[in-house]
Structures are given as structure tokens and as C-alpha cells.
Design a binder for this molecule. Structure first.
Ligand code: GLC
Length: 836
């Protein structure tokens, strides 16, 4: 194993000097240290403090981060007090105590004065180059680090995409975006860098976002009982401290700081099918028609690199796809949208001037043969948008097209140009873009060593790869998202990415790259999805069935039993492994998969409502139990259960030949989704889990909004039916979010939120429906309420007027077995239903 700074002892590094004086501004305090260092503490919000340090020199006026979405914070009230030993800054929620000598910062709860997080030693820098020999890039800059006291019972979550368990305590991690096909648990780093983590001790949480894009290190007590630390091979000591104590509150603040996920089109929640090797167009059509004939829902089909002309991005292989626009239109008629892959590698194709003249005359260069001249390379070269090495030579990595070039996405004009190139897809009916290989992957050398002398414009700083690698994908996704938004302003962009940096949620959804078709890889899905959710990335998923190697029917079914509830649900396969569309292992497995895909579409109103919550609040849809029950220590390292929103708990089977499993249910009342059997929470129950069944529980107190079964989003009017699961007091509540699912108009208030309350005390049942909020008007429809009850009602009153008992259609009420169903027209007004 390569030596790296992570395995090093940071205790030998130079410590920042003691405080000798300080200055105050409206929202910040700057500490001046004896060694010429400066530390600036900025109070952005009562629960958000930024700590920025310069070592042995004054703070640079240059202050820029690609991750930060917001810099206009309201003025926060704070006061400063001092004593000979310390300086205290107190907001309404946090007290920051700065011990002057040595300089130690601790954060306390302003109300209870309890310490939340404290420096174990002063912030550090590698003044003497002690770690230089251990650094991946010895020329990156100076190693900087901060060490925090490690709590005896402290748990750690976050860091984005890591092939690791949920609780990161005792782990150590590196961030350096890397193409790691076939990764297994423990492989680190992998594709993404999200240097944000949560600490949780005694039910109280804080967050730290170390906004530094250099190769960074996080150590949560892997070789020390005293400290957790983080550091980077260059850049500034620059972190944001968030105080909860609720994790949900921290995630909301993190979203305020780094950006809220915009809503993707609703169809992005639909089922998606992909495979490396779907060509020619007739094969794509065949896949879609198999889906339809087999009564399997499908919204999206992906085209992998095979659609391109010689792997040239923004071109089509017209032998394989002679009429891409007509193909897309045909598929749209069946409710299926096309997504194309776009890699950063632009084929390196120097040309003769004559050839270029010919190509640039075409209105649709993407459909031209390009043998002598490739329009994307020509334009990028002419405009000087490609990356160069330090010696001014073009940087020529090798990717799918062979020798290639990469765009310098730190150049604003290059981002605009790249975004506009997507016309080549939109004009041909493509609905969304899949960004891959954007670590950026280089076959010459996958570690990034071959790129170390590549320079990026970086706001005029002309900085090196060490700083820019980890933000490359963020900026590529940004160029793509902004391009789609410009080219089609009336439609929500949909982008998928493999690599990322913090802030990616503003532009793109993600998937977890090249997994294996193995049980171990499947088991990683849950901690990886939940961790991504705790790291500000709510829209996530993994190749269903696993990407590499041969799967089987049982594995595929169990994989769908996790992913049918993931925001991104896409079956995808590598070119050289056995096929794994839902029907490939026979009818028995296909029938089970159909059941789950259909259930996903029934659950869409619930999933979309929860996704909108993620958009608005930053709290993800796919959750670890600890997010909903952070005072319950039994949830702190649960890797094999998850929740969707607040209401649905799922405990999949993650091993072969298993048909029963133990499930932890937190406090409260729970209903088995399949049988309605009630369970008392706060205990572990043993439940049946034959291949047909994924153990699934609904929280007592919730109301699940369901929709009709559909083959694709928009096929039917989404008539909601509310299924009621009362708590111990007989009460339940929910809200349903809806909008047009396609345009950005939701941001202008064109949405509808309907709130619902149920109370079923004694024999008096009541349902109240609020007047909906927002300007969105759904098509005329009915809404239903489904109540499990032994009661046979005499009358059902809608706003005090009896409604008819009906057979089982139309509006009115009827009983079917132990279920009472009430159906009323949806007139967009408040209503009260009483059952007597
Ligand atoms: C990468 C992607 C994978 C894709 C392949 C070919 O390995 O992660 O999803 O199929 O490239 O484009």
C-alpha cells in the first residue's frame, strides 16, 4: 500500500501560534497570532460558524469556493466577552470559546453550555515539509490539519460516497476523485469528494464541512483514542461548523450553504433501463417493447457510449442510429425517454484546414461522419478551452476515443460552450444527460499522477490539478445543467453524474459507479445511499443487479427490493457480462420484479412528496434510521435497514438463501405493510422474508399517499388514495405535494400541498382535509381514503351531508373486507369527513 499522509502522525506538525490581539467586524472576529497567522471566525447564522485560518501569514483577500451557493446571510446577533485566558463569541445557539494560548477553539451549546466539539490541539500546518514525502503530490502546497477531541461515544456519519458502513467511527478516509471499477467495501477513495461529516454523541449532533478541494484526509479515531482529525495537502484550513442538535437541522443549513437540490422531472423517479451495448436503434426499441409486452413499467432507456461516432461526444453513430430523432419520438409515444451518456474526453483529432471548412458548414454536425475533422475538437481548440500542462502543451489523456483532451470547466466561457453543445442531443429528442468518467478518468494513469502538472484557469489563479481535480465533475455537471436550462428553459434539467464535489446537488443526481453483481456489493447499497443522504446528496441510486460480473435471479430480485425505493432506480450492466433485464432469469423472478416496479409507481405520490421535502429542507428521502431517531442508540450503526421519509421502514434481505430476518423497529407502533399486522416498536422482531417479500413497515401515525399503477409517469391521472395507519392514540397525519412534474414553475408557487389529519378515537372517525396550498390545479379527479377497520359505519358525512354507500365505483363509501373506502371528488377545497 502506498504511504500516504493519512497513516502519518500529524502531531509533529507546526501548531498555530497563540492569540495576541483580535479585531471585530459586523459578522466576524479576526484573531492575530504571535506567529503571524490569522484566524477568522464568521457568524453566518446562529448555528453556522465559519473558521478560516492562514498560517504564518496574513489571510488572503482571495476567497472563493465552487461549493458555496450562498454568501448573503442575514446579520446574526452575537456578542463577545473576554477574559485573560479566552475570548467567547455567543450567538443564540452556539458559544465559541477561543482559548488564547495555546489557541484552542471549542464549540458549546449556548443554552446548556455543554461542549459540543473541541480542538484537541491547535490547528496545524506543515511548516517544515515533514509530510511532503508522504504526500500524493509533494508540490500541491502545504499540509494543513485540524484535530478534534474524540468522544468515547461519538459516532460519525457522512463524507458522501464511501464504500464503507454507515457509522464511520474508527475509520480513516481520503478524498481524491477516482475511477474505481469493481470496488469493494474498504476501497478508498472512490468517485466523489464530499468533505462534510456529522458527529453525534448522546443524541446531539454537529456538522463540519471542510471546504478544501485538495486531496483531503479524515480520520475518526482510526489510530488514536484522543482525536479525530481532518487535513488536506494544500489550500486553506477552512471549515464550517454546524450545530444541530438535530441532524435534520444541520442538513437544512448545509443545503442553505451549498445549495438545495432543484426538483428533477417527475419521470426521473420512474424505472430506468440501461446497458453498455444497447445498439443499434432496433435493439433499443426491442428492449422497450419487451418492457411493454411483459407489463413492466419503464420511463427511461439509457444510451451508453455505443451511440457515438467513434466515441466522439456530441456526435451520433449514424450506422447504428440512422435517425436518432425519429427513434426518440417513437419511444416517447410509448412513454419512454432517452438519456445519453456524455464523457469529458473529447477525441484528439487534429485536422487539415480544408476538412474543417466542410464540417463547419453543416447545420447538424453531430450527424456528419467527422473522419477528417471533428467539430467539437475544432471549436474547443480554436477557442482555447482545453486543458494544458504547465509547459503550455495540450494535455492529452487517453479515454474511450483513445487520445483525448479535457475542457477547462473553470473557464466560464468554456462552460457555456459545453452546455450549448447539448443541442446535439436535445434536437434529437434526448431528455436527460448522464455524465461519466469525470473524476476525470485517464487510462494512461488512473491515479491522477499523469495530470499533476495540468493547469486550470480557476478564476485567474491558474492553479494546478491538486486543487482542481476534485471539482472537475462539479463544474462539468454545472456546465451541463446550465446548458440544458438555457436550451430548454421550460423543462427541468436532468443530469446524472459519477464524480462530484460538495454542492453537486444543485446540478446533478448521482449513481454509485461500477459496482459488482455480488451480495457484498448489494449490501453496500444501504450504507452508501443513506450516507450520501446525510452528505447533502438526496437523489442517489446504484446499478440495479450490480454492474460487473454475472448476477442471478435471486440477487437481481433482492437488488430491486432495495432500489425500487431509491430515487434513482436504473438497471445497468457492463458490456461483457450476462444480461440482467428483469426477464433474463425466468418468469419466477420476473414476476417478483414486476410486483416491486408496480409498487414503486403506486408509491410515486409518497416518493415525490418526500423528494420535495429533500429539495426544500435538504433532508433526504432515503434515510438511515438514525436520521429519524437520533436519540435511539440502537439505530447508530444499522447498515441493513432504511427508511423512506418518516413513514416507511424497509429491511431487505442482503444474503442468498435467506427467507427470514431480524428487524429493529424504533419506538412507536408499526404496521407490517403486507399483512397489516401491528408491532410494538423499541424491539427487534423476526419476520418472514421469502424471495417474494421484502420486510416493510409503516409507522403508526402516518398516512401513505398512493397513486394508480402505471406503465410510465403521466400515463394516468394521478388520483391519490390515502391509506391510513393510526398511532396508539388513533391519530395520523400527512401531506401530499404535487406539481406539473416537468417545468420549473413549482418555484413560482405552481404546486399543491394538501394536508390531511385523521382521528379515530372510540367509534368517532374523522378526516380533515385542508384547503390546498399553492397555485397548481390537477385535472378533475377523485381522492380516496382507505381505513382498516372492523367498524361497519351507519353513515359517512362529507361536510355534515351524508354521502351514498356505493357498490365499489363512483363517489361515496363502501366496505371491502376489513377495509373502509371513501371516495370524494377533488374540488380543491377543505373538507371534513365524519364516520358514524
Ligand atoms: C463506466 C461507467 C459505466 C459505463 C461505462 C461505459 O465504466 O461507470 O456505467 O457503462 O463506463 O461507458
Amino acid at each position: 500500500m502506498a504511504v500516504c499522509a493519512n497513516s502519518q502522525d500529524i502531531t509533529g506538525l507546526e501548531k498555530i501560534g497563540p492569540v495576541v490581539s483580535f479585531t471585530k467586524s459586523v459578522n466576524a472576529v479576526t484573531l492575530n497570532c504571535a506567529d503571524g497567522s490569522q484566524v477568522k471566525l464568521t457568524m453566518l447564522a446562529p448555528d453556522l460558524i465559519r473558521v478560516r485560518a492562514s498560517f504564518a501569514k496574513p489571510m488572503s483577500p482571495h476567497d472563493h469556493s465552487w461549493a458555496i451557493a450562498r454568501d448573503n446571510w442575514d446579520t446574526t446577533r452575537w456578542r463577545l466577552t473576554e477574559s485573560p485566558e479566552s475570548i467567547s463569541i455567543t450567538t443564540e445557539e452556539v458559544e465559541v470559546v477561543i482559548h488564547r494560548s495555546p489557541l484552542l477553539i471549542s464549540f458549546r451549546d449556548a443554552r446548556t453550555r455543554e461542549v459540543i466539539n473541541a480542538d484537541e490541539r491547535p490547528m496545524m500546518y506543515d511548516a517544515k515539509g515533514t509530510l511532503a514525502g508522504m504526500m500524493f503530490d509533494p508540490n500541491a502546497g502545504m499540509f494543513v490539519a485540524a484535530a478534534k477531541k474524540l468522544g468515547f461515544d461519538e459516532h460519525f456519519y457522512g463524507l458522501g460516497e464511501k464504500a464503507a458502513r454507515l457509522d464511520k467511527r474508527r475509520g480513516s478516509f481520503v478524498n481524491w476523485n477516482s475511477d474505481t471499477p469493481g470496488y469493494t467495501e474498504g476501497k478508498d477513495p472512490i468517485y466523489q469528494t464530499i468533505p462534510f461529516y456529522l458527529g453525534l454523541e448522546h443524541g446531539s449532533a454537529y456538522g463540519i464541512f471542510f471546504d478544501n478541494s485538495y486531496r483531503s484526509y479524515f480520520n475518526f479515531g482510526s489510530n488514536s483514542q484522543e482525536r479525530a482529525w481532518f487535513g488536506a495537502e494544500g489550500g486553506e484550513m477552512n471549515y464550517y461548523f454546524f450545530y444541530g442538535p438535530a441532524i435534520k437541522k444541520i442538513l437544512s443549513r448545509y443545503a442553505d450553504l451549498t445549495g438545495h437540490m432543484p426538483l428533477p422531472p417527475l419521470w426521473a423517479l420512474g424505472n430506468q433501463q440501461s446497458r453498455w451495448g444497447y445498439y443499434p436503434d432496433t435493439m433499443v426499441e426491442r428492449v422497450v417493447s419487451e418492457y411493454r409486452q411483459r407489463d413492466l413499467p419503464l420511463d427511461v432507456v439509457h444510451l451508453d457510449i455505443d451511440y457515438m461516432n467513434g466515441y466522439r461526444v456530441f456526435t451520433w453513430n449514424t450506422q447504428r442510429f440512422p435517425r436518432p430523432k425519429e427513434m426518440s419520438e417513437q419511444l416517447i409515444k410509448q412513454g419512454v425517454k432517452v438519456i445519453t451518456i456524455v464523457d469529458p474526453g473529447v477525441k484528439y483529432q487534429p485536422h487539415s484546414p480544408v476538412a474543417r471548412e466542410q464540417a463547419s458548414n453543416s447545420r447538424n454536425p453531430e450527424l456528419e461522419p467527422q473522419p477528417k475533422s471533428y467539430y467539437v475538437f475544432d471549436q474547443g481548440l480554436e477557442k482555447n478551452y482545453f486543458q494544458h500542462r504547465k509547459d503550455a502543451k495540450l494535455f492529452i489523456p487517453k479515454v474511450w476515443p483513445g487520445e483525448s483532451v479535457f475542457v477547462d470547466y473553470t473557464l466560464p466561457e468554456a462552460r457555456t460552450w459545453w452546455g450549448d453543445l447539448h443541442r446535439a442531443y436535445l434536437d434529437n429528442g434526448v431528455a436527460g444527460i448522464w455524465n461519466d468518467m469525470n473524476e476525470p478518468s485517464d487510462f494512461v494513469d488512473q491515479t491522477g499522477k499523469n495530470q499533476l502538472d495540468v493547469i486550470s484557469y480557476d478564476e485567474g489563479e491558474r492553479s494546478s490539478h491538486a486543487k482542481n481535480r476534485n471539482v472537475f465533475a462539479l463544474l462539468m455537471a454545472r456546465a451541463t445543467y446550465e446548458g440544458l436550462a438555457r436550451l430548454r428553459p421550460n423543462l427541468r434539467p436532468y443530469v446524472i453524474t459519477r464524480a462530484a464535489y460538495a454542492g453537486i446537488q444543485r446540478y446533478s443526481t448521482m449513481w454509485t459507479g461500477d459496482t459488482n453483481s455480488t451480495w457484498d456489493s448489494l449490501a453496500l447499497n444501504i450504507p452508501m445511499f443513506t450516507t450520501l443522504g446525510l452528505s447533502g446528496e438526496p437523489f442517489i441510486g446504484s446499478d440495479v443487479g450490480g454492474f460487473m460480473g454475472r448476477g442471478n435471479g435471486e440477487l437481481l430480485v433482492r437488488s430491486y427490493q432495495v432500489s425500487f425505493l431509491a430515487p434513482f432506480c436504473r438497471n445497468h450492466k457492463v458490456i461483457d457480462a450476462y444480461d440482467q433485464e428483469p426477464w433474463r432469469f425466468g418468469k419466477y423472478y420476473e414476476d417478483i420484479i414486476r410486483k416491486y416496479l408496480k409498487l414503486r409507481y403506486r408509491l410515486l405520490p409518497f416518493l415525490y412528496t418526500t423528494l420535495e421535502e429533500a429539495h426544500r429542507t435538504g433532508v433526504p428521502l432515503f434515510r438511515p434510521l438514525v436520521l429519524n431517531y437520533q436519540n435511539d442508540a440502537s439505530t447508530y450503526n444499522l447498515d441493513d435497514e432504511f427508511m423512506i421519509g418518516d413513514d416507511l421502514l424497509v429491511a431487505p434481505v442482503l444474503r442468498p438463501d435467506v427467507t427470514r430476518r431480524m428487524v429493529y423497529l424504533p419506538e412507536g407502533k408499526w404496521y407490517d405493510y403486507w399483512t397489516n399486522k401491528e408491532h410494538k416498536g423499541g424491539s427487534v422482531v423476526s419476520v418472514d422474508a421469502p424471495l417474494e417479500t421484502v420486510p416493510m413497515f409503516v409507522r403508526g401515525g402516518s398516512i401513505l399517499p398512493l397513486g394508480p399503477e402505471m406503465n410510465y409517469v403521466g400515463e394516468k391521472i394521478p388520483e391519490p388514495s390515502f391509506v391510513i395507519y393510526p398511532d396508539e392514540q388513533g391519530e395520523a397525519a400527512t401531506s401530499l405535494y404535487e406539481d406539473d412534474g416537468l417545468t420549473p414553475e413549482y418555484a413560482n408557487g405552481v404546486y399543491r400541498r394538501t394536508s390531511l389529519r385523521f382521528s379515530g378515537k372510540q367509534k368517532q372517525i374523522q378526516i380533515s382535509i385542508s384547503a390546498p396550498e399553492g397555485k397548481f390545479r390537477p385535472q378533475p379527479r377523485t381522492i380516496s381514503f382507505v381505513i382498516s377497520t372492523t367498524l361497519s359505519p351507519g353513515t359517512v358525512l362529507l361536510d355534515r351531508q351524508p354521502i351514498p354507500r356505493v357498490a365499489d365505483g363512483g363517489t361515496g363509501w363502501f366496505k371491502s373486507g376489513g377495509t373502509l373506502i371513501i371516495r370524494i371528488p377533488d374540488d380543491g377545497r377543505a373538507h371534513n369527513i365524519e364516520i358514524q
